[in-house]
Design a protein around this ligand. Structure first.
Ligand code: NAG
Ligand code: NAG
Ligand code: NAG
Ligand code: NAG
Ligand code: NAG
Ligand code: NAG
Ligand code: NAG
Ligand code: NAG
Ligand code: NAG
Length: 453
């Protein structure tokens, strides 16, 4: 008898457990490390190479490698923090500096550069005197992405540490690394002691090695970085007059009552004073008033249809009066990128995370031509056209096929209009045939997967 009564309860509790487990799984995904399906191994690795022991510690060269394909660190640059394991101090630094010295009152004679338990380090600015530089330093904390410019995808500084261990058995690795780039978004793991780095001399005839090396890996999550989206996508086509705008309130709502001054009209006489007003140095965007209120909009226009080719125009518009986007990047997913014939004025590289599926493009500006997306205003846009060769077995203007599946600007996902709002071909409804349902569902799940990642 009793067993029978127990059964449904235990069943219930076991299904509850599954539910709770599933929930925890989702939560752990959103709160801890990020997984970006387009750049699965993307990370920033911070490597410490101990180059020399000193009477009371060591000298290390610290290098940050940006191993992310399309996410860079733009001005005002990175800020790196950590917590010392013991009572270490920083005697001196080359190529970077701590933001605060802290309390060095215990010291007589030689005063350390920093006595804080949790130092915060920033890069030096370009134009630093040569005797204060080392290789790869002094770029104001700006680090390019691996694809755009591998030669500028690293940043280094040298640190001389005192009150530390002086052998590889007594050195304690720093803890609790934090990386701001420049805002939040990165989570850093614990430092791991690895095989000492080997350095090969320029003529390749001699190899030296670090005395000790440890690595720290930091990964990015858009959800740690900001709660609201930062860009959106609008669509149009030659075959339908409708311009599908970004969804209303994508990045915020224009609301004079609860949030006055949240945006400025382009022709406002107060524009100049608003740009220099409160928040000028906080890098909070000051956007032009639009229905979507996003700092950046990507417009995809299906421009022309030839017999064997078709042509798309992409325009990136900056609505932020407080930001010039340097070294911007765009990642676009569309099935026809495997047959891209020509990109007219953006650089192009195929991102092929799945090997055989070749549908994702990384696009960025041409140096000195359009690699700078100027602040909002008459020059605040860049554009290019793309020529695709049609694959007759897949090509169609039906069911929104000609529009992108996913768009990222500077590594952050841009919000797309809902698929049922896409411009239709004349005489075709969005849901006129059953298979057309598949696309919105797939997009829905794709965005769900992104949200969980
Ligand atoms: C970091 O990126 C590098 C280069 O892509 C990769 O080799 C390494 O495995 C990554 N590390 C982690 C922990 O993902
Ligand atoms: C420390 O140095 C010794 C030799 O000097 C070496 O055998 C050992 O592997 C090193 N340990 C670490 C953690 O690097
Ligand atoms: C790690 O650093 C953060 C920010 O600097 C700080 O809030 C936190 O308390 C630190 N955690 C530990 C264990 O030191
Ligand atoms: C440590 O980082 C360096 C530079 O990023 C890399 O070459 C090396 O493979 C890393 N080692 C480990 C064990 O991750
Ligand atoms: C906000 O206020 C300004 C002037 O006070 C007005 O011109 C504008 O139309 C208002 N916007 C909205 C969305 O109410
Ligand atoms: C953007 O660049 C232009 C030209 O270099 C400069 O005049 C302007 O002040 C910059 N704007 C911002 C917000 O940095
Ligand atoms: C992907 O497509 C581009 C553009 O057509 C082509 O250049 C590249 O070789 C393709 N890559 C693979 C792995 O098929
Ligand atoms: C253009 O597309 C819109 C949907 O965005 C649709 O409402 C409209 O009927 C289409 N126009 C024509 C001429 O088919
Ligand atoms: C029409 C055409 O060129 N189709 C090609 C598109 O790209 C795929 C994969 O790269 C090729 O297999 C097709 O032949």
């Amino acid at each position: 008898m009793e067993k029978r009564q127990m059964l449904p309860i235990s069943r219930l509790s076991s299904s509850c457990t599954i539910l709770v487990a599933a929930l925890l799984f989702c939560l752990s995904f959103t709160t801890t490390e990020a997984y970006d399906s387009l750049d699965p191994t993307g990370n920033i690795t911070i490597k410490w190479d101990v180059m020399q022991w000193t009477p009371d510690g060591y000298v290390a060269v610290v290098t940050m490698f940006n191993f992310q394909q399309y996410r860079h660190i733009q001005a005002p640059g990175w800020t790196l923090g950590w917590t010392w394991a013991k009572k270490e101090v920083i005697w001196s630094m080359v190529g970077a500096q701590t933001t605060e010295q802290g309390d060095c009152s215990k010291f007589k004679g030689n005063i350390p550069h920093c006595c804080k338990k949790d130092p915060t380090v920033v890069d030096l600015l370009p134009g630093t005197p040569y005797n204060m530089q080392i290789a790869n330093c002094c770029k104001g904390g700006v680090i390019n992405s691996w694809v755009q410019d591998p030669s500028n995808a690293a940043s280094s500084f040298q640190v001389s540490v005192g009150a530390a261990g002086t052998t590889n058995k007594t050195v304690r690795v720093p803890k609790n690394f934090t990386l701001w780039a420049p805002g939040p978004g990165y989570t850093c793991g614990a430092a791991k002691i690895v095989k000492p780095t080997k350095f090969v001399t320029q003529d390749g005839r001699r190899t030296t090695q670090a005395l000790m090396t440890w690595n720290v890996t930091c990964t990015y999550s858009q959800f740690l970085a900001q709660k609201t989206p930062t860009c959106c996508v609008s669509l149009s086509s030659f075959y339908n007059d409708t311009i599908v705008n970004c969804p209303t309130c994508t990045c915020g709502c224009q609301n004079n009552i609860t949030n006055p001054g949240s945006c400025v009209e382009g022709d406002s006489p107060y524009l100049a004073s608003a740009i220099n007003g409160p928040g000028k140095n906080s890098f909070t965007p000051l956007v032009q008033c639009t229905s979507h209120m996003c700092p950046v909009r990507i417009h995809w226009h299906v421009k022309l249809n030839y017999k064997e080719y078709w042509r798309v125009k992409i325009t990136i518009t900056n609505f932020n009066y407080r930001m010039n986007y340097t070294q911007w990047s765009l990642v676009v997913q569309h099935p026809n990128f495997d047959n891209l014939t020509k990109s007219f004025s953006f650089n192009y590289k195929s991102l092929t995370p799945y090997g055989s599926i070749n549908d994702t493009a990384m696009l960025w500006g041409v140096k000195y031509y359009n690699d700078l997306l100027m602040e909002a205003g008459p020059f605040g846009n860049v554009q290019s056209e793309f020529l695709f060769q049609k694959d007759p077995s897949t090509f169609t203007f039906q069911k929104g096929w000609a529009f992108p599946r996913r768009v990222y600007f500077n590594g952050d996902n841009c919000v797309m209009p809902p698929p049922d709002a896409y411009p239709w071909l004349p005489n075709a409804g969005p849901l006129s045939t059953v298979p057309s349902l598949v696309f919105p569902i797939v997009t829905f799940f794709a965005s769900l997967v992104f949200l969980l990642a």
